[in-house]
Design a protein around this ligand. Structure first.
Ligand code: PLP
Length: 287
């Protein structure tokens, strides 16, 4: 396996960064998770726009243009001869000293890892998943914008720990006002009648690329799909619930905190959205 690290492709064993990298010392950096379907990098441009916006927000200079990063991502996929893959693109503040001052870091570090996929087991798409709500809260959006996909994932890690302890694959994160924000690494949609609702960014949700694609798919299929603020109660009484994310794609939720959702199997609308999503990933990409 070859990994792009600071200008070159190196073997996995040789892909090492300094213990003085502020990505490690302070979680000072940003990242993207991107999928490749049949050689098509799904919505690479959108991922890179989000990456550059995250960088701008934390005053981090990425040492490449968007065109150069596009080439680097494609080159890394080709070097590993992957048709279907998960890409992790990380930009850290780079090497500094032990002080927190990011201006001590002269060069950001750019890492691209391309791996064969590690998805939820296929049967979970047939059965749907059970989830719980976590006690950890999403950062307030006036502190660090949820639009910044930063390396500070401790909230999300704590949420994932709560999911693990409950024996389920994912858990829901509320914001500090108690509104539903998202999962540890996925966005959430609830379906009520003909309406699909997902929390807006300011509630504390990342503006997921999959979430945005699902909003488009749903509108094209004639559903009323929109952003809206809701609580756990609304999740419990929804007709259908599903999660979206680059790794998870679209996955039905059939139980939340012991409350069965709808009839306890993946809903008709969720299945239609998953099918619609799987159609667009085949074509909507960069080769
Ligand atoms: N929310 C969080 C916190 C995430 O880390 C992710 C995954 O990247 C998502 C939502 C889903 O976003 P996307 O569809 O862009 O993968």
């Amino acid at each position: 396996q070859l990994i792009f690290l600071d200008g070159q492709l190196v073997k996995k064993e040789d892909a090492k960064i300094s213990v003085y990298d502020h990505g490690l010392l302070y979680g000072d950096g940003i990242f993207e998770g991107i999928r490749v379907y049949n050689g098509n990098v799904f919505r690479l441009k959108e991922h890179l726009i989000r990456l550059y916006e995250s960088a701008k927000s934390i005053l981090l200079t990425i040492p490449y243009t968007i065109e150069e990063i596009t080439e680097i991502v494609l080159k890394t996929i080709r070097a590993n001869e992957l048709q279907s893959a998960y890409i992790r693109l990380v930009v850290t503040r780079g090497v500094g000293d032990l002080g927190i001052d990011p201006f001590a870091c002269k060069n950001a570090s750019v890492i691209v890892i391309a791996e064969p996929l590690n998805l939820f087991p296929p049967e979970l798409y047939e059965t749907g998943i059970k989830i719980v709500s976590a006690s950890s809260r999403r950062n307030r959006s006036d502190v660090i914008s949820p639009k910044t996909k930063s390396l500070n994932y401790l909230n999300n890690v704590l949420v994932k720990i709560e999911a693990n302890l409950a024996g389920v694959p994912e858990a829901l994160m509320m914001n500090t006002d108690g509104y539903v924000a998202e999962g540890s690494a996925d966005n959430i949609f609830i379906v009520k009648g003909n309406e699909l609702i997902t929390p807006p960014g300011y509630i504390g949700a990342l503006e997921g690329i999959t979430r945005n694609a699902v909003l488009e798919v749903a509108c094209k299929k004639g559903y009323d799909a929109k952003e809206g603020v809701f609580t756990r109660h609304d999740v419990y009484v929804a007709d259908e619930v599903f999660l979206t994310g680059t790794a998870a794609e679209v996955i039905a939720v059939i139980e939340v905190d012991g409350r069965q959702i709808g009839t306890g199997i993946p809903g008709t609308i969720t299945n239609k959205i998953l099918a619609g999503f799987r159609e667009i990933v085949e074509t909507d990409g960069t080769k």
